[in-house]
Design a protein around this ligand. Structure first.
Ligand code: BYC
Length: 333
């Protein structure tokens, strides 16, 4: 509004109504509560920035480490169609990692530092990618269960209060739903196949079920960050809520496949409309987080080798960028 020359007090001079937030933290929380998106140049509490850098970078690391267990089967996919789909999926995951590292950079994080923390073993990535892919059915189980769990967890992140993360998640979730379907279709083909194929599908479900439930993170009582992240609307649902939704959605899918979920305590509770499920072995989760899962060392070694092998590409890209800039400057002069 044009106010020059008028006796209008600036916003800061006027006494705020009693319920107007005064400090920056309160104003920030009021924006979050009003469902406004927070953008990179906006003021934000340090803790909000730190939480986002932590979560987004762990997520980015999970995408690029997540390429490894599946990459293991690209050369052994049973048909050309399966190979093409798997190649596209693994490539998508590399792309997701890149969007996410870029989103973390908008918060002032350096990509070099983030990758350094992954390669040194300091940073976390999803526990699920520390399990081996022993048979082709594991590729089906990963698509069905792991991408299914990822979608359940990530669709609410499309409404995250931080704009760049929310927008990256919209695109990622579209691709994840294709991934989930390619996995379920592999499981469907195997479970309608020979006895040996059915056994292979059941064995993959047996090995991936519990680690998939662990993907949602510790129980709400043990989750250090959930309460604050939910106040900041980074997370919209708690770990246990999303885990329950996943179980409710997935058990009927297993039934359709004719497979048995490896949980003797699993039962539908008519009163609540939810499946009750057995106790999760949190000691296994903690072991994997501490670096002692079946494939932790192998995964980090593979990432370190990829980083070293890619050094010449990074050098060439930088040299090219410098040459382009020098040419542009010479042309401008
Ligand atoms: N693995 O307070 P909490 C994918 C850590 S999908 C390892 O509940 P928060 C993909 C947690 O980081 C997988 N660590 O934390 C799919 C925290 O540690 P710090 C990636 C875990 O952040 C298919 C501590 O435990 N998805 O990429 O509120 C193909 C306490 O937990 C895990 C995402 O990253 C775990 N499973 O909630 C390819 C989604 N769970 O930092 C790729 C975005 C917990 O205190 N992330 N921890 O040392 C999130 O939604 C949340 O960060 C989580 C955890 C729900 C995962």
């Amino acid at each position: 509004m044009y106010t020059q020359g008028l006796d209008v007090k600036s916003d800061s001079d006027r006494a705020p109504p009693a319920d107007t937030p005064t400090g920056p933290e309160e104003r920030f929380q009021a924006r979050v509560d009003a469902e406004e998106k927070i953008e990179p140049r906006d003021w934000m509490p340090d803790g909000y920035r730190r939480t986002l850098i932590r979560q987004i970078s762990q997520h980015a690391h999970s995408e690029i480490v997540g390429m490894l267990p599946e990459g293991n089967w690209i050369t052994r996919a049973p048909t050309l169609r399966r190979k093409v789909a798997l190649l596209a999926k693994v490539q998508d995951e590399g792309g997701h990692g890149l969007y996410l590292y870029s989103a973390a950079e908008t918060l002032g994080a350096s990509r070099g530092d983030l990758v350094g923390d992954l390669l040194s073993g300091k940073a976390k990535y999803s526990s699920i990618f520390n399990y081996p892919t022993l048979t082709w059915a594991d590729i089906g189980a990963i698509g069905w269960l792991v991408d299914g769990a990822a979608i359940m967890n990530q669709v609410p992140l499309c409404r995250c209060s931080y704009g760049p993360y929310a927008r990256a998640m919209v695109r990622i979730c579209r691709e994840e739903s294709f991934h989930q379907r390619q996995g379920y279709e592999i499981m469907l083909a195997l479970s309608r196949g020979t006895d040996a194929q059915k056994r292979m599908a059941q064995d993959a479900l047996n090995r991936w079920w519990w680690p998939s439930l662990m993907m949602f993170g510790p129980s709400d009582a043990q989750s250090a960050h959930s309460a604050q992240s939910m106040r900041w609307k980074i997370k919209r649902f708690s770990n246990d809520e999303l885990r329950q939704r996943f179980v409710d959605a997935t058990v009927p899918q297993a039934e359709f496949l004719g497979l048995t979920v490896p949980d003797p305590d699993l039962a539908f509770d008519e009163a609540t409309g939810h499946y009750r499920f057995g106790a999760i072995d949190w000691s296994e989760f903690e072991r994997v987080l501490k670096g002692d899962g079946p494939c932790n060392r192998e995964r980090l070694e593979a990432r370190r080798k990829a980083w070293d092998d890619g050094a010449w590409v990074r050098e060439a890209a930088l040299a090219h960028a410098r040459k382009k800039e020098a040419r542009a400057q010479a042309a401008a002069a």
